[in-house]
Design a binder for this molecule. Sequence first.
Ligand SMILES: [Zn+2]
Ligand SMILES: [Zn+2]
Length: 546
Amino acid sequence: MANKLRIIPIGGLGEVGKNMMVFEYGRNALIVDTGLMFPENDMLGIDYIIPDYSYLRDKADFVRGIIITHGHEDHTGAIKHVIEELNAPVYATPLTRGLLEVKLRDAKLLDKVTLNTVQAGESVTIGPFTVEFYHVCHSIPDSVGLGITTPVGLVVHSGDFKIDHTPVDGWVTDFTKLSEFASRGVLALLSDSTNSTKPGWTPSEAVVDGAFDKVFRDAPGRVIVATFASLISRIQQVVNACARHKRKMALAGTSMVENAKMAQKLGYLEVPEGLLVPIDQALEMPKNKMVIMTTGSQGEPSAIVGRLATGRNRQFDLLEGDTVVISAHPIPGNEEMVARTINRLFQRGANVIYDPILPVHVSGHASAEEQKLLMNLVKPKFFVPVHGELRQLHQHAALAREVGIPVENVAVVENGTVIEFTEEAMTIGERVPGGYVYVDGTGVGDIGPEVLRERENLARDGFVVVNLVVDRKTRKLAEKPLILSKGFVFVRDSAELFSTAAKKAEVAAFNANGQGVARAVEERLSEFFYTEMKRRPMVFAIVNEV
Ligand SMILES: [Zn+2]
Ligand SMILES: [Zn+2]
């Protein structure tokens, strides 16, 4: 029996972020993208999340290559973790490669990896797959989609894309290549679903130029523009606007400075001589002659705009008359944090400009009409919506039906569901792992849902410590229990609560009769506090023997 092509979404299907997909044929696997996802508000203390690629762990020898479609974190951010376990040659366009190098160098892995540079328009053969890279417009230069010729047919993977006739770098999506794919016959299209619920067309990046012109002209003082460090096209637009309005520009924030340096070195960011100045120098200049570009567009408290909003930025403070431009949309889940940051910025005397007040940001992803255009250009037999939450995948599937792809030829699946292809058929296969791996400080995967639940609990109801002194010989309490708490109740008003709690602890310890005293006291007090206060602080009992 002939082999089947197996397409396995490891991340990015059923969520926004941590994109990763495996193409498998016999004893050959090709990975497309290795992204990360930022934690939601309730994932306390988690730095970021990477895909659970344990499916590949005992197939490490089969991995022939890793392709990265573009330089955004949700496609590159897990590269060091993947390389440590599944080392294989990496293929990327020059800018993407440059951004990967920065990450791999930081992780001291750069000399352990083979990095191959590919250009849009080129093709490479990796095991049984021939991969053609074609240019797509997105919010970072040098993004590509993929035409992957497999033994059962041609599969097109859109990467992240939009259709922009006037992109910042003047390089439009490669329509010729897409229609050429169609003329060869496309077995399946996997396409970006991020904006499937947005009708119409995503506006061109050119729209942002007009908005920047208005802001840069009217701002009485400094302009501070916040965006993602990897939105290189946006950095270019700010550079251009600075040149038009005779302002100097400074970059603040390590990741932004490093990315811009890399993009400039590789020719993807063009800055007129003398326009970019170091931040300390910029701070000395007339306020209406300067622009600071920085990170923190998601309201992250640790990024510069977040610190400006709370007055905790070390290098410079927010000043009356500053104009802050939030040049990004909140990632789903971040809306509240972004709104709070904007309120605080106003409170501190800044004017804040954000979409929809002015179109200072446009999405880098195709809306419904562009998604339909791609389907009509490529004419696939089968369709799999990728990159998006389940509601976005389903809406993308509905669009596919609108353009005439039969419902039985569309597969809406979440991470970990294998899809199998022969030359004629698509079938849903088994489930493999596709969940979250939490990265917390230097630990990878050692934080599970249980620890997260404990953190949530602590954050909500605080904790109580009970100090028990037990006589070593009699196993009885030698002293009255001492109770301390943090984040639970206002201690000064709770003397009665704690003295009753101490009595309950004494009784529980007595009844335990020397066996599992700590556990018995913890359980009794949890129950007691819940009955009295309707809260569940974490209770720790510490036993000291005398
Ligand atoms: Zn992207
Ligand atoms: Zn993406």
